[in-house]
Every structure is written in structure tokens, then in C-alpha cells.
Design a protein. Structure first.
Lengths: 167, 319
């Protein structure tokens, strides 16, 4: 899927967020694609709060059927969550279940003043009442379940969106 | 016959011993444990993975640290934990081990954490569950006789990896009462699987199993010689309660020859770390100056032990 230029979308997303950034704004990227995106936005927007990273493996609702993910990563929330204005960052918004899991994880660190969601692409097919406040691109038609859309990062750090068939 | 610890999909079904546990599973447990260490630093030290599951701690033998860390690990995973101190329960009234297990299964147990003085007791329970088609119930060996103490072995490996990163260039010494030690057996199995090129076993002849060399270790009966240039010193507890007969001189004499002192530790590499599974007999196998010194990683072992047990239980509890 080359029609979606991840680099251009990333710049658009930053411009959407920029007017709303305050000194209390903190970014939390969801592993793995969301964290790459959050690293970019953090730099681009000159966010002063340190960047957070969250792995949702421990909060997924399909643990009982799919088990634990192969290699969960270390969640790191290096700022005080109480009273913070948090923007959760993910690459692709789909069912909303990952966002739900990330919210659960985040609230174990404290009570944020507000949480917003920023994504590069909304691919449709929501299964939960979740919406992104900032979204660079919404697909006109929802992608079929068999297709997997995710962010990739090459060795030079360039971001691309890859569409693959789900195994 | 398939490995009784794995299910037909090759996933961990029970954790009974590290002997024969494939390297990829062993490494997966260590990798999974790493993010769990972070949970201890949070305001809410709880994850929802085992919500609604019941974990039964079946301790037929005394333990404080192991039982407590298993309990904390299960509780941090949101499981309901029931501690059975068997000395004061049905076993003393004559109920058999498997009858006890069947009764607890009737109470919807999801996991048994078992410590038993008899080698093989956890395996017996696992086989009984398999024979009766109860594949959704898991067994974790928390130490059986002289056989194995796999979670201790795993937390030792986690500790070594944390401080030394890589196993493949290490010289590791295991010191003391190997004969009575299930910990030593689990350590040797794991170190071998993870590719440690030189494993040394140091102790008096009376406290080393005969033909211990067959495990692929180098044997030393002189502590100073054995500690020379090692990266890791794994002390063992002198198992007074498991000894019968005159295997030993007095504790004072033992300390003189086999106790780890700063002077003996100086023979190891300058950045060598010292592990001990606890509880320590200060002034018997280890000097207080070493136990409380900068090279000791004995308290980190305890903390890592919780994360490792969380990893094991969360890997078992998902299927």
C-alpha cells in the first residue's frame, strides 16, 4: 500500500496536535509502531515531559485465548501520571481493544487529568466505543480482517505503512 | 514420549524441572520476566492476567521465602491464592497426595505450586492430572526432595543475565553441599542449556554426589583453586536438616575450609558476583562481610524471583 505516505502523515499528525500542546502534555507510545511514532512526535513538537512507552501484553483481553505475547517489552512511564495531560499514540486504530488495554495499564500509574488518542491511520471496524482525537488519515472503506496494516521502521529510521496478509 | 512439561503445541504445561527444558522455553521465561520487574515499582502493583484463577500453594515442607514470593507473584497477577500448610491438614490425617489434589480440583483449582520432601511428587501430580484429562490445571514445582527447584534455578539465571548479560563466556562456580541440593541440580541444568562453557563444582568429597563429573562440571576439592578467576560464585546452603550421619565436622571447621570469605572471594575476578538461594547460614557457608558486601546480589535474587515466578505462572495460566 504505497498510497499512504507514513512520513507525510506523521507531519500532518504533528500539526494537528501542535495547537493543543501545553507544558502538562505527555506522550505515551504503544509498542511497537506507536512508540516509533511517539518518538517522532515528541521531537517534532518539542514536548518537555519525558516520553512514555507502554506494552499492552499484560492487559490484552485475548490473553485467555491467545496466551501471552512472545516477548513483552518493559512499560516505562517516566512522568507523574496524576494530573497529566496524556496523549496515547498508536500507529493504526482498528478494533479499539489495544487502546482499551493501554488505558487500563496507564491508570495503574495514577489518575491523569485527561487522555487523548493520536493515530496515523484509522482503518475502521471498531468493536469498542473509542475514537481518536487526532488522526492523520481515515480509510474510506474498512480493511478486511485478513489484512494487517502496520507501521515499519527501516535501519535509517524512515517510517512506512505496510499492508500484509494475516497469517 | 513427549516432554511431560510441554503440551502438544510445545507450550509450557507444567514446570517440573529445568533438566531437559528446551533452551527456547528457558530463554522465553527469562525474557518474559524482564517486563514484570517494572510492576514492582508502580503505584498499583497488579496485573489482570490471572484474574478469576485459583492458585493453591501446596507446601508439604517448610518454606518462607519461596512460598511468600510465589504468593506475591500470584497476587500481583490478580489470582486468588490459597495457602495450604499440609503439616496441619489432611496429610497428617492420612489422606494421600492424589486424594488431596482431587479434592482441590473439585474446588476449581487452576494451578498447584508444590513443595514436597519426596523427589518426584510434583511430577506424580502432573501425570495424575494428565491421566485424568485435566489439561487446564498446571503444576509448578517449588522444590522436591533432592531433585529440582526450577524457579530458583531460573531466578539465578535471570540474576546472572542481569549482571553479566551473556552466558557464553562465563566461568561459574557452585560451592558447598551439592549432594543434598535440588538448587544445584537445577542450576547445573540451566547453566548447561544456556551455554556456560565452564561450570565448576566446589565442595568436600562427602557433600558432592558420586560421579558428579558426569553432569559436565569440573570438580574441585580445594576452594581457593576452584574460585580462581570465576565470574559467578553460587553458594549453597548447608542442608543440616537433610543430613544424617557424620558427613561434616563442626560448623566452625566447615567455615574455615568452605566458608566464603573476602579473602577467598578475592581469588575470583574483581567483578565477580555472589549468589545465595537463602536462607543463609552466616558464619557457616558465607561470611557476613561477603553476604553484605558489594559483590553480593542476594537481595536482587529475591526481587527477581517474584518477576520470574510471575512469568512462569502467566505463561502457564494462558491455556
Amino acid at each position: 500500500m504505497n498510497i499512504l505516505d507514513a512520513e507525510a502523515l506523521c507531519r500532518q499528525l504533528a500539526e494537528q496536535i501542535r495547537p493543543h500542546v501545553t507544558p502538562a502534555t505527555a506522550l505515551v507510545g504503544i509498542y511497537t509502531g506507536g512508540l516509533w511514532l511517539a518518538e517522532r512526535l515528541h521531537k517534532e513538537l518539542g514536548i518537555t515531559q519525558p516520553l512514555g512507552a507502554i506494552d499492552v501484553s499484560f492487559y490484552r483481553d485475548d490473553y485467555g485465548s491467545k496466551g501471552l505475547h512472545a516477548k513483552p517489552q518493559r512499560t516505562d512511564i517516566p512522568f507523574g501520571v496524576d494530573g497529566a495531560h496524556v496523549i496515547l499514540v498508536d500507529d493504526v486504530l482498528y478494533t479499539g481493544r489495544t487502546t482499551r488495554a493501554a488505558l487500563n495499564g496507564l491508570f495503574d500509574f495514577g489518575r491523569p487529568a485527561a487522555v487523548e488518542l493520536a493515530v496515523l491511520v484509522d482503518r475502521g471496524s471498531r468493536e469498542l466505543p473509542i475514537a481518536a482525537r487526532y488522526c492523520a488519515h481515515t480509510l474510506a472503506q474498512a480493511l478486511p480482517h485478513e489484512q494487517n496494516l502496520e507501521l515499519q521502521r527501516d535501519d535509517a529510521g524512515a517510517l512506512t505503512l505496510q499492508l500484509t496478509q494475516r497469517a | 514420549m513427549r516432554n511431560p512439561q510441554l503440551n502438544k503445541h510445545g507450550e509450557l504445561q507444567h514446570l517440573l524441572t529445568l533438566d531437559g527444558l528446551p533452551r527456547n522455553i528457558l530463554t522465553a521465561i527469562l525474557d518474559t520476566a524482564a517486563p514484570f520487574t517494572e510492576v514492582a515499582e508502580r503505584e498499583v502493583k497488579k496485573l489482570p492476567l490471572l484474574r478469576g484463577k485459583s492458585v493453591f500453594n501446596l507446601f508439604f515442607e517448610n518454606s518462607t521465602r519461596t512460598r511468600t514470593t510465589f504468593e506475591i507473584a500470584a497476587k500481583r497477577l490478580s489470582a486468588d491464592v490459597v495457602n495450604l500448610n499440609i503439616n496441619t491438614s489432611s496429610a497428617s490425617k492420612g489422606e494421600s497426595l492424589l486424594d488431596t489434589v482431587d479434592n482441590l480440583c473439585a474446588m476449581q483449582a487452576d494451578m498447584f505450586v508444590v513443595r514436597h520432601a519426596a523427589s518426584g511428587a510434583p511430577m506424580l501430580i502432573a501425570q495424575h492430572l494428565q491421566n485424568t484429562g485435566r489439561d487446564h490445571i498446571h503444576v509448578v514445582n517449588a522444590g522436591d526432595g533432592r531433585h529440582a527447584h526450577p524457579t530458583q534455578g531460573l531466578l539465578d539465571m535471570y540474576t546472572i543475565r542481569h549482571f553479566k548479560q551473556d552466558f557464553t563466556g562465563l566461568t561459574v562456580a557452585i560451592v558447598g553441599d551439592v549432594l543434598h541440593s535440588r538448587v544445584a541440580r537445577s542450576q547445573i541444568a540451566a547453566l548447561t542449556t544456556l551455554g556456560v562453557p565452564e561450570i565448576r563444582v566446589i565442595g568436600p568429597r562427602t557433600l558432592l554426589p558420586t560421579e558428579v563429573e558426569r553432569l559436565g562440571v569440573r570438580v574441585f576439592h580445594d576452594m581457593r583453586e576452584g574460585l580462581k578467576d570465576v565470574d559467578v560464585v553460587m553458594m549453597l546452603r548447608l542442608q543440616n536438616e537433610r543430613m544424617n550421619g557424620a558427613l561434616l565436622p563442626t560448623p566452625q571447621e566447615y567455615f574455615k575450609v568452605w566458608g566464603l570469605t573476602a579473602e577467598k572471594l578475592a581469588l575470583a575476578k574483581p567483578d565477580a558476583i555472589v549468589l545465595h538461594p537463602g536462607p543463609m547460614n552466616r558464619g557457616v557457608e558465607i561470611d557476613s562481610a561477603v553476604a553484605d558486601g558489594t559483590q553480593a546480589v542476594i537481595l536482587p535474587q529475591v526481587t527477581f524471583g517474584i518477576a520470574v515466578r510471575m512469568a512462569v505462572m502467566s505463561m502457564l495460566g494462558s491455556h
